[in-house]
Design a protein around this ligand. Sequence first.
Ligand SMILES: [Fe+2]
Length: 243
Amino acid sequence: MIDFHTHILPNIDDGAKNLSFSAKMMDLEIIDGVTTIFLTPHIFYSKDFFLTCKKVKQTFDCFCQKFQGKKVEFLLGGEIFYTDILFDALHQQQLITLNQSRYILLEFNLHYELENVDNALDDLLANGFIPILAHPERYNYFTISRLEELKSRGILFQLDASSFFGDFGKKAKKLSHQLMAKDCVDIIASDCHSIEKRGPNLKKALTYVSKKFGVTAARRIFETNANHLLQKIKESAKTVPLS
Ligand SMILES: [Fe+2]
């Protein structure tokens, strides 16, 4: 399996506190059968933005060196918090896309919808980027019809495994089921932040999706879609400069 969204990279955000926690999280991923892990720390735009990007890259390099013996592939990414300076970051070669590909894991404000979301997504698409919206089911202002509208623009949806188990409340659980029913789910990731609460849980999600929505749907998401996306990310790897 492939985990496209994790907070395993240590000492960057609210994920792994140190390398020892990272190692434990990674071991849980490996036990689950995960073979490729994207390390996607939160990237917020603040006065420390450029320092954060530098730290993320340095930490990723150390991380890969430290864990090179593990039978798992590590790829760098970021969970980019959307603001309108996203294109500035891109032009300054500081936008951490997934493996420096054209695919961007994007997160919106969880509590209120920004006015220019549609234009921003269209701009990204027009410039050859493919936004992957992180956990669309968790934004409490989105309805299923609004999400369908966003999806129809050509973006991808990544659901959090924990949403299916009710960890983010009833609305997120309901939306995750509705999105599955409407065939709007591209990939499911763990978005893991720790070892137990919000820990790696892709195998549990695979079992859940297989039971609730059928083996065919589960295979489509966890195998076909995931492998296809990984291939696409690798095809356009290193095309987005990162200084
Ligand atoms: Fe996340």
